[in-house]
Design a protein around this ligand. Sequence first.
Ligand SMILES: *Cc1c(COP(=O)(O)O)cnc(C)c1O
Length: 448
Amino acid sequence: MRMPEPYRIKMVEPIRLLAREERERKLNEAGLNVFSLKAEDVFIDLLTDSGTNAMSDNQWAGLMLGDESYAGCKNFYHLQDTAQGIFGYKYIVPTHQGRGAENLLFSILVKPGQYVLGNVHFDTTEAHITLKGGKPVNLVIDEAYDTSTYHPFKGNIDLQKLENFIKEHGTDSIAFMLITVTCNTVGGQPVSMENIKQVSEICRRYGIRVFIDAARFAENAYFIKTREEGYQDKSIPEIVREMFSYADGFTFSAKKDALVNIGGMIGIKDDEELYMRLRELVIVYEGFPTYGGLAGRDLEAMSRGLREVLSFDYLQSRISQVQYLGQLLSEAGIPIQTPVGGHAVFVDAGKMLPHLPWDSFPGVALTAELYLEGGVRAVEIGSLLMGRQAPTELVRLTIPRRVYTDNHMAYVAECLSNINKRRDQVRGVKITYEPPVLRHFLARFEWA
Ligand SMILES: *Cc1c(COP(=O)(O)O)cnc(C)c1O
C-alpha cells in the first residue's frame, strides 16, 4: 500500500486555469518559453522543485524566532549543530543558495584549465566551473542515457571511465570530483552507496578530493535504503552519515532537501585551511559567515527542514507520488525515463515526437504544447539546455515537495495523454533570440 502523506493541510493557496485563448496569448508573449510566463498564469507549476517546497507549521513557527543580529545569530548555531549532526562534518558555511556555495568553493579549488569530474554536473554547476576557467567532465554510466531500461542507480559514475580519465590526463589536471546526488540532469537518478565508496577509494588513491553536490541527499538515501542490498534495516540518518563519510565536503542547495524556499551551504569535513579561505570569501560574496546572505529566520527554517526531511514516511510519500505520475504516463503509452527518479518524471520528448529533429527542439515544443493543453508548466532538459545536440531530449515534470495532490498528478497525466494522441501534429520550434550563457532561461522561439 502507498504511504499517504504524513501531514494534513492547514492552509491553501488558490490557483486558476486561464481560458485556452488566454493561454495562447500568454505563451506567444513569452516567446514560447515557459520560463517567461508569469507564475499566476500557470495552473500547475512543475517547472522546478527548487525553492517551491511547502514549509511545515514547525518551520513557520521557526521564522518567528529569527535572530536578525548581523554576527553570531542563534539560528546559525542551530543550523550548524543540526548540519554537523546530520553530515558528520566540522565546518558549515551558509550561503544564499546552492550556486553561491558553488561560486565560493570553485573560486578556491578550480585553477584555469583544470577538469572537474562528476557523474553529470548540474547546469549552474557547469556554468560556475566554466566561469573559473575549469572544464566540467561527465562520467556517468551509459545506462543513464538509455531511458527505457531499468537500472536501480542510473546516477552512478562509470569507474572504468574514471580510471581511464585520470590515467590519460594526470592528477594535476584534475581539480576535484563532484558527485551529484541524486543526479538531476539525467532524471533525478540515485547514486548507490557502493558507487560513492568506490569513487572515493579511486580518487583517494590518486590524491583527488571528493565533494558531493548534496541538493537531494535525503532522496538519494531513500533509494539506497529501498534498492541497495544491505541497507534495508539502516535508518535514513545512518545512510546519510555513511554517504558523506566518503567525501571531503559538499555544496548544498537548501531549496531542495532542506524543505525551504531559499538557502544553501557548504560543508567541509575537517580541512581547516579550506574552511578559513571560504570564510574570507563568503564575506565578500554572500555576507558574514554566520548568515551567508540569509536572514536569521531563513537559517532557522533550514535547520528545521533538514531534520524533517530525514523522516522515512515523508520520503516514501514524496517519492511514491513522483512514481504515481510516472505510472499514469506509462499506462498512457508515453515514453518516460525509467525507473522514475526522486523529484521528477522525465518524458522522453525525442521518442514521443520522433518526427522532430534535435534542432527543432522537441522538448521545447512539448513544454509549449503542455501549457496550451492544460496550463501545466514543465521544463526542457535537452539540446536547448545543453547548448548543443543532447544525448536525450527530455521534458522534466518536477514535483514540488508537499505542494500538490494526486489529483493534480492525474490531471497532468491526462493533459500529456491528450497531446500524445495527436503527437504527429506537434510542430517544432526555432530560436529567435538566445543569450550567450544559460540560454534556456531567456531564449525566445517561434513555431517552425
Ligand atoms: C539546484 C541545484 C543547484 C544550484 O542550487 P541553487 O540553490 O538553485 O542555486 C546545484 N546542484 C544541483 C544538483 C541542484 O539541483
